[in-house]
Design a binder for this molecule. Structure first.
Ligand code: ACO
Length: 434
């Protein structure tokens, strides 16, 4: 099979010598020239495993969905550069692309959009779920619980048709779930979806409309939101996507699997960083006084402070998504006339950090979360909803990765090994004798 078909090929071997015996290990090469040593038979042949904390250098699968070159700052979905998709495409079109591997035809996109639009409502019994959550709840666990609960209302997606229905349902209902979680937290009635609006305009009206007033979503804000969702739609084998693959590998329900991805995304080192960025910028504005003083702390190993929204496991140059969002941020602020104070602090932090030896040596650059929070804040998204927005964006990527895993001929349940470092065998001693 040719390389352009997307198949990885076995091209060479690596030699590994253990206890004087040499073993040949196949080298797998991907379409972009990335190479990996296939160690699947290593343990059965040698009794030895590989150890790689945080899976920093471990390929858990072959994937044809997203390509990242972290050194060069490249991100492509199904071969298309993120810059082109962010500029010309829509979130639903990108969702189709991730799920199917090709851009949809006009008719396919219209039908897909129609299907998603017609599934945005929530079952009335299901809607009452939100009433039982404390108003003070963070919307991320509410969203995770609500998505897991979809599996109690709908059949197990175990056939191609049911998987398609479940995919449409998830994409359609996630904005409604997110808006319901928010409306519940502020004690307002939740708004029903409106089928005359596009995906993001409908989300904005469910977030901000009230039954007693007319509400017209701002098309510029809706477009900025759509672009944010596109930029978050997939990012290959990150923490939450790997969680989705791991949970999905036990053949758990798709809804429960996506709920596990939401839980993984919530953490401040992953999707929760966008909330932490805005809290950091506000802290600098109110308490710290200066970006310089904050950066001094971020570099000090005796402090727990980190420059949130900076650094990335894969990108060792400027995250291409952050580059796009920096511009969107300026555009949105000039449109909605929000406070530019936080943007100024963010730009100042970036300027100092990019010329500081500490950040240069460690190749720490702004990541996608550095500017997204400033945009969300400017368009009125509450801080605790930032990571929920990320969830809405990442959803098609999670489902595409789950689908790819299900069709992978090399599929096996996820089950890493370990190096045991505990006690050797010892005999039990009764409590009164200890
Ligand atoms: N501020 C200050 N120092 C940092 C930062 C930061 N944001 N990020 C990394 N470093 C330093 C570490 O202290 C370490 O220094 P050392 O070598 O002297 O010990 C070095 O850079 C390498 O950092 P690691 O934590 O080993 O890098 P890792 O790849 O494990 O972590 C991570 C990546 C979690 C993203 C990290 O850079 C971080 O915590 N950033 C801030 C949180 C953040 O923005 N997360 C969002 C990531 S994007 C996403 O998930 C959507």
């Amino acid at each position: 099979m040719s390389k352009s078909s997307g198949e990885a090929t076995a091209s060479d071997t690596a030699q590994l010598t253990i206890d004087g015996k040499t073993f040949d290990l196949p080298i797998i090469e991907g379409t972009e020239g990335e190479r990996g040593i296939d160690i699947r038979k290593l343990r059965s042949q040698t009794g030895v495993i590989t150890l790689d904390a945080g899976f920093a250098n471990t390929g858990a699968c072959k994937s044809a969905i997203t390509f990242i070159d972290g050194e060069k700052g490249i991100l492509r979905y199904r071969g298309y550069p993120i810059e082109q998709l962010a500029q010309h495409s829509t979130f639903l079109e990108v969702s189709w692309l991730l799920l199917h591997g090709e851009l949809p035809s006009k008719a396919e996109l219209e039908e897909f959009t129609r299907e998603v639009t017609l599934h945005t409502m929530l079952h009335e019994d299901y809607r009452r779920l939100f009433d039982f959550m404390p108003k003070s709840s963070h919307p991320m666990p509410v969203a995770a619980a609500a998505v897991a609960a979809l599996s109690t209302f709908y059949p197990e997606p175990d056939t191609d048709d049911r998987i398609f229905r479940a995919t449409v349902r998830l994409l359609a209902k996630m904005p409604t779930i997110a808006a319901c979680a928010y409306k519940h937290s502020i004690g307002q009635p939740s708004m029903y979806p409106r089928n005359d609006l596009d995906y993001c305009s409908n989300f904005l009206q469910m977030m901000y409309a009230v039954p007693c007033e007319e509400y017209t979503p701002d098309p510029v804000v809706a477009r900025a939101l759509d672009q944010l969702l596109i930029l978050h739609a997939d990012h290959e084998q990150n923490c939450s996507t790997s969680t989705v693959r791991m949970v999905g590998s036990s053949h758990a329900s798709l809804y429960a699997t996506i709920a596990s991805g939401i839980s993984a995304l919530w953490g401040p080192l992953h999707g929760g960083a966008n909330q932490k960025v805005i809290e950091m910028l506000e802290r600098i504005a109110v308490e710290e006084g200066s970006a310089d003083e904050f950066l001094r702390k971020a570099k000090d190993k005796n402090e727990t402070t980190r420059l949130m929204g900076f650094g990335h496991r894969v990108y060792k140059s400027y995250d291409p998504r952050a580059k796009i969002l920096k511009q969107t941020c300026a555009d949105v602020l000039s449109r909605v006339g929000g406070s530019s104070r936080l943007l100024e602090i963010a730009q100042r932090l970036e300027e100092i950090a990019l010329s500081d030896d500490y950040f240069i040596e460690r190749k720490l650059f702004p990541n996608v979360d550095f500017y997204s929070g400033v945009i969300y804040q400017a368009i009125g998204i509450p801080v605790n909803m930032f990571t929920v927005m990320f969830t809405m964006g990442r959803l098609p990527g999670w489902i595409a990765q789950w689908l790819e895993m299900r069709h992978d001929p090399d599929f096996r349940i996820g089950r890493p090994r370990q190096i045991y470092t505990g006690e050797l065998m010892r005999d039990y001693v009764a409590a009164d004798k200890r």
